[in-house]
Design a protein around this ligand. Structure first.
Ligand code: FE2
Length: 705
């Protein structure tokens, strides 16, 4: 391994601003370099384009994705003024891990060459470097500071360094080659006998307080007493897990819960996924090679396999063997008296790429009475990720965590050999679906069942985020002060003006929670709803999939009320199958969104970073004779739209220049104004006693033939 340590995630505090700027710059470049070095293990162009596993994108996507992420977030934060390569940035924006409903039809992707993506990465590197050199910086760094976005981009790349290494491990051997920067551990032997360590009862307090970058799910607070329990001294080794395999553990349904049985049937699993049954015995697939089974390394399994092992072990021993909870893992950390990885010396753990590019024997790194409390491989817990009290979504990455608050994503703790930066910290909280493979294994504990102190599963069935609840109510809730439901009123207006025009497809751009999309589907054969916020779309998707939506909303103070709305109650049950939702950027839409008979842009243009990009090209997506309906409250704000990009709302040549003037100027070449301007009111309910009453200015434009 190289002797230089991969830089640690910077402290947010300090007193030397120039030095901090330089530290962040070095952290950025080291991360960008290490990520590119990972792709050097691929043997050919084909290795970039063939998918390692069917449910994920090919590696070329991940090669571009971490660069595009910087561009997208810097644009959103107003730190970049223009896209660098719009076509790439629409292709590389959304990963499969982030958006399970994003379409994965390979036909939609015309991937660029590896060299082109490499050149693109160079451009992005220079742009980010430029931002770091000039951005405002003050200490300590707060989560709404410009530099937070840079740290977010770097930590995001650290995550993909790890998840891409898993995909490479799942790639066919012919696509990879050994590499001096990715040398695995070379020692292996017989596993030590595992034993149990007593962990006394104690109180834990979770919630990030240390001074380094954190993801939204780490903040807030959670405290709980943890009764005494016992924990395995070692992670479960390949050798210890072999007993379960040889006992027929995979074939015996008794050890698996319903989800485990369903996965096992689908995957036809008979042993851990990286094990290979060879003529001369078991072998193990590492990232870049196959080796004879290292019996004293930790076994790597998904959460369902780990749970099945525990159920089997409990039956063998008569003890309540199970996976630990997140709180119990924190007790292990504190019992072992561990500290964060130091800046200057290699970790006392197989962590942060400080030692090798693979797991190592489970008795290598001792932490008090235990081994591998951090590092080597991640450790599954039985705890589905949930929000701490006081959880807030970060506005620049609103779908990082919230889609995982569904009871189906379990936390794992401690990090693996390649976990670095934020991933290596005590406060890190990463969660994956229980059937996913990462560099993850487990340690079992013996203790009474944990009463679910943390995650009432039903909590995720009610949308409790304040903004989402307001929008759910705005779209699907009651009316106030006799003002008609706004998304429905706009759809009704559009349908009336459409008259006898062709009505095959409509695009609802800035669809938010999706009500207009369903309303339009009463008239159109198919409707596409697109919004920049994946969380808003989540509401529409839930409505389309389940026909109903549940949410709470604020009455007064901490009091909330619970609501359920259904498409059937709104007379929209028959529209469910006609609507599809996608995440997208109205200023940079994928080319396949075209050929519409109607485009509805409701309260959209004054939220775009570049409304001109949208207005100047929207005609290309409409059929001749098709209609464009624009509704805007004309609330131009620098936080959404740089002043130079405003469509109107300022003096020009000494005279008032309104949004309507701007629309006429922008759209005149391709459209004729056929209706409006009209004032269409809407009321947004904030609490039982506080409402916003706004007039949106509506114009309808017909595309010239
Ligand atoms: Fe990502």
């Amino acid at each position: 391994m190289s002797s230089a340590l991969l830089p640690r995630t910077p402290s947010l505090s300090g007193d030397d601003i120039a030095a901090k700027r330089e530290e962040i710059r070095a952290y950025f470049h080291a991360t960008f370099d290490r990520y590119e070095q990972l792709f050097e293990v691929l043997t050919s162009a084909a290795a970039y384009y063939e998918k390692p596993i069917p449910l994920r994108h090919p590696l070329i996507f991940y090669f571009g994705h971490t660069a595009t992420f910087f561009v997208n977030k810097l644009l959103l934060a107003g730190l970049l003024q223009a896209r660098i390569e719009p076509r790439f940035e629409s292709m590389f924006a959304v990963g499969v891990d982030e958006m399970s409903w994003d379409d994965l039809d390979a036909a939609n992707y015309d991937w660029p060459s590896v060299d082109a993506v490499r050149a693109y990465r160079r451009q992005v590197r220079a742009a980010v470097d430029g931002v770091i050199a000039t951005m405002p910086l003050s200490l300590p760094i707060e989560w709404d500071a410009s530099v937070w976005v840079i740290l977010m981009g770097i930590e995001h790349e650290r995550i993909h360094l790890e998840t891409s290494s898993v995909l490479i491990r799942q790639h066919a051997l012919k696509h990879v080659r050994p590499h001096p920067a990715w040398e695995p551990w070379r020692e292996s032997g017989a596993a030590p006998l595992n034993g149990l360590v007593d962990i006394p009862a104690g109180e834990v307090s979770l919630g990030k307080i240390d001074s380094s970058y954190g993801w939204d799910n780490e903040y807030g607070s959670h405290s709980a007493p943890v009764p005494a329990f016992q924990a395995g001294r070692h992670l479960v080794s390949n050798q210890e897990f072999l007993e379960f395999v040889q006992a027929g553990g995979y074939a015996d349904e008794a050890w698996w819960d319903a989800e485990g049985r369903a996965w096992k049937g689908y995957a036809q699993a008979a042993h851990p996924t990286f094990w290979i049954a060879a003529d001369d015995g078991w072998r193990l697939r590492l990232m870049l090679e196959e080796v004879p089974m290292p019996w004293n390394w930790p076994v790597e399994v998904n959460c369902l396999e780990a749970s099945a092992f525990c159920a089997w072990k409990a039956a063998q021993t008569g003890l309540p063997v199970r996976l630990p909870s997140e709180d119990e893992w924190v007790r292990l950390y504190e019992h072992a008296d561990l500290a964060e990885v130091s800046d200057a010396s290699p970790a006392n753990a197989n962590l942060h790429l400080d030692h090798a590019a693979s797991p190592c024997p489970v008795d290598t790194f001792r932490h008090g009475e235990l081994y591998d409390v951090v590092g080597n491989v991640w450790q599954w817990t039985q705890t589905p990720i949930y929000p701490f009290d006081g959880f807030r979504v970060h506005p620049l990455y609103d779908d990082f965590t919230t889609p995982t608050f569904d009871g189906r994503h379990n936390l794992f703790k401690g990090g693996s050999w390649i976990s670095s930066g934020n991933e290596s910290r005590k406060s890190a909280r990463y969660a994956f679906r229980r059937h996913f493979f990462q560099h993850a294994g487990f340690r079992y504990v013996v203790g009474e069942p944990v009463v679910s102190n943390e995650t009432p599963v039903h909590s995720s069935h009610y949308e409790t985020d304040k903004l989402l609840s307001e929008y759910a109510e705005f779209h699907y809730g009651g009316t106030h002060f006799d003002v008609e439901n706004f998304p429905k009123a706009l759809a009704d207006l559009a349908i009336r003006i459409m008259g006898k025009r062709p009505a095959r497809t409509a695009l609802d751009l800035g669809c938010a929670a999706g009500r207009s999309s369903f309303e339009l589907a009463r008239h159109f054969e198919r409707v596409t709803g697109i919004d920049f916020s994946a969380r808003f779309i989540g509401l529409g998707v839930q409505m389309a999939e389940q026909g109903r939506l549940r949410y709470t909303f604020a009455e007064e103070g901490e009091l909330v009320s619970y609501h359920e709305r259904s498409l059937a109650d709104l007379g929209l049950a028959q529209t469910r199958g006609k609507v599809a939702f996608f995440q997208g950027d109205a200023c940079n839409l994928k080319p396949n969104f075209t050929g519409y008979d109607l485009i509805l842009a409701a309260n959209l243009i004054d939220r775009l970073y570049s409304p001109a990009k949208f207005l100047d090209s929207v005609h290309e997506r409409l059929n001749p004779g098709g209609l464009l309906l624009i509704a805007t409250p004309c609330t131009w704000l620098e936080e959404h739209t740089p002043r130079a990009e405003w469509v109107g709302g300022f003096k020009r040549d000494g005279e008032n220049f309104t949004t309507l003037d701007g629309l006429k100027a922008r759209l005149g070449a391709h459209f004729r104004l056929v209706e409006g301007p009209l004032d269409v009111p809407f009321v947004l309910r904030e609490t039982k006693r506080k409402f916003q009453h706004t007039l949106s200015e509506v114009t309808v434009w017909e595309r010239l033939g």
